[in-house]
Design a protein. Structure first.
Length: 328
């Protein structure tokens, strides 16, 4: 392609990468932050242009219109709206749609940040610091409990949950390597040691059954992901799926769905969501404004089918005392 002066503009690469008008990423977690910044860095490296990065929470993302001719998307799933020539999609969630026109880089075994970093590596963007940061992002996002860096990785992930995407970008001035050993990690570690045990004990006593084997759990303090994971590991817990609710920046509510044996994805689909087998999510309808309304909505949807949705163990589990029901 040439410009008005007849000069050649480097707009595409042999492997199908086209210069993006915009880079879109997930605002809610470390994986989206690292992937988004890496793609912005790659675009600058390849096309010598500072491409704008826009981050979205799930609710905002679902209503977005795609007016740009080209774009790169990370960690936001795959849908037909962005299946256009000139678009690149990097994702690791369960595929609900297989694009026919966009370039797709996908693996359910790797985080979006790792997939983006592997693409960057092809073009010479690599360092020991980035190796370390991407590893921690991958461990945290895939919740790799057996990895020796699991606790540390969760602390790094908690940075975004606690201090928010754009605040961190401002603090580090787009240099994600500065997140390594950042002083704020000391605050996160202290919160983990003090808040998580308190939050877990409170959450254990404040569950609301949504359907057989499924409960809503509230966490007033502590790292929600870590607390929910520990609760699911409790042998006496009569639930195989735990759901938490988060209010997004636009006021909408989203459900985070967790399990240990692959049940979460099916529950998410009942709520018109998706994700991973044990870590899924769903955006709740806009007319739902309160936690109480969200609980009532999920109870209605998840109990619409009288057939139990989890597994045969429910027959035995149902005879155990429930921690709390919505009617109590």
């Amino acid at each position: 392609m040439t410009n008005a002066a007849g000069l050649y503009l480097f707009t595409s690469m042999p492997d199908g990468l086209v210069k993006p008008e915009v880079i879109l990423t997930h605002e809610s977690d470390l994986d989206g932050l690292v992937a988004g910044v890496l793609l912005k860095r790659l675009a600058n490296h390849l096309f010598k242009e500072d491409v704008p990065l826009i981050a979205y929470h799930t609710g905002e993302w679902l209503s977005r219109k795609f007016s740009e001719a080209t774009g790169w998307v990370a960690d936001l799933g795959v849908n037909p709206k962005m299946d256009k020539p000139g678009w690149l999609i990097i994702d690791h969630h369960t595929l609900e749609y297989n694009p026919k026109h966009a370039v797709l880089i996908h693996s359910s075994q790797k985080s979006a940040s790792l997939l983006a970093y592997e693409l960057c590596n092809k073009y010479g963007i690599q360092s020991q610091k980035l190796d370390r940061l991407v590893h921690l992002s991958n461990v945290a996002d895939l919740f790799l409990e057996d990895d020796p860096d699991f606790v540390t990785a969760c602390d790094y992930a908690a940075l975004v949950k606690t201090y928010r995407f754009w605040n961190l970008i401002l603090l580090i001035d787009w240099e994600i390597e500065k997140l390594l050993d950042h002083p704020l990690l000391e605050v996160i570690a202290t919160k983990r040691r003090i808040e998580d045990p308190i939050g877990k004990a409170w959450a254990l006593e404040n569950m609301v059954e949504l359907a057989p084997g499924i409960a809503y759990v509230d966490t007033v303090v502590g790292n929600t992901n870590v607390i929910v994971n520990e609760l699911l590991s409790t042998e006496s817990l009569p639930y195989q799926v735990l759901i938490t609710i988060t209010r997004q920046g636009d006021g909408s509510l989203s459900a985070s769905i967790r399990s240990k044996n692959g049940e979460a994805i099916n529950i998410a689909r009942k709520l018109n969501g998706g994700g991973h087998p044990n870590a899924s999510g769903a955006q709740l309808p806009k007319h739902i404004k309160t936690i109480q309304e969200a609980i009532a909505f999920m109870q209605r949807i998840l109990n619409a089918n009288t057939e139990r949705v989890i597994n045969p163990l429910n027959a035995a589990l149902s005879s155990l005392p429930k921690l709390k029901t919505a009617q109590e």
